[in-house]
Design a protein around this ligand. Structure first.
Ligand SMILES: NC(=O)c1ccc[n+]([C@@H]2O[C@H](COP(=O)([O-])OP(=O)(O)OC[C@H]3O[C@@H](n4cnc5c(N)ncnc54)[C@H](OP(=O)(O)O)[C@@H]3O)[C@@H](O)[C@H]2O)c1
Length: 172
């Protein structure tokens, strides 16, 4: 594995293209971009400047500032790959998202909803308003209720909790 000395942590980045090299056609100096370069190899993401292959960047949506864009790549791709690439969530699917108020879960709720799914969620009571506001159709408090009794006819489960939670979801 390539090592960069000194090693600098960080993968999710968002910023402005300061320089390019001949042959780069995707972006120009001044473009706003974001991405998760080189993962899981060292990327130097927490440095002020990073050198990145242009194909590992995407144009930053204008509606997002850099702070929010830089929070998106890893958590967003985790949710996207699970729901879209692996589960192929389609309109009408009933999708259960555990930990829907967490980093992965709150993005998964929005992706599933945008794909036309009926979204069932688990979260602590303090996060219910937030999760419903993101588009969840039903939310269960995992601390006080048994989700296996409350949520039925589920087609897809995204388990960002682990342990017995995912196994128990099979009965849904
Ligand atoms: N964030 C990423 O980019 C990323 C990427 C890949 C993998 N992962 C993995 O995905 C998992 C979740 O990460 P995260 O970043 O989403 O975590 P997080 O932001 O810390 O959220 C964790 C959530 O889990 C909820 N929770 C705890 N016990 C639960 C239970 N029994 N049933 C339902 N919900 C429960 C909590 O809900 P309340 O707050 O409502 O109580 C909390 O919102 C971790 O294992 C992490 O390693 C994360």
């Amino acid at each position: 594995m390539e090592t960069l000395e000194p090693f600098t942590l960080g993968w999710d980045i968002s910023g402005v293209v300061e320089e390019d090299v001949p042959g780069v056609t995707r972006f120009e100096v001044g473009d706003e971009v974001y991405g998760m370069p080189f993962f899981p190899r060292a990327a130097n993401g927490y440095a002020e400047y990073v050198a990145v292959p242009s194909r590992q960047l995407a144009r930053k949506p204008a509606a997002l500032d850099h702070v929010h864009a830089a929070a998106l790549p890893l958590a967003g791709l985790t949710a996207w790959q699970a729901l879209v690439d692996a589960a192929e969530v389609a309109p009408g699917d009933r999708v259960l998202i555990h930990a829907a108020g967490g980093g992965v879960g709150h993005l998964a709720v929005q992706i599933a909803k945008a794909r036309g799914a009926y979204v069932l969620a688990t979260a602590g009571a303090a996060k219910h308003e937030f999760v419903l506001g993101l588009g969840a159709d039903e939310v269960v408090d995992y601390r006080t209720a048994d989700f296996t009794r409350e949520l039925k006819d589920v087609d897809v489960v995204l388990d960002a909790v682990g342990g017995p939670v995912g196994r128990r979801a099979r009965s849904c």
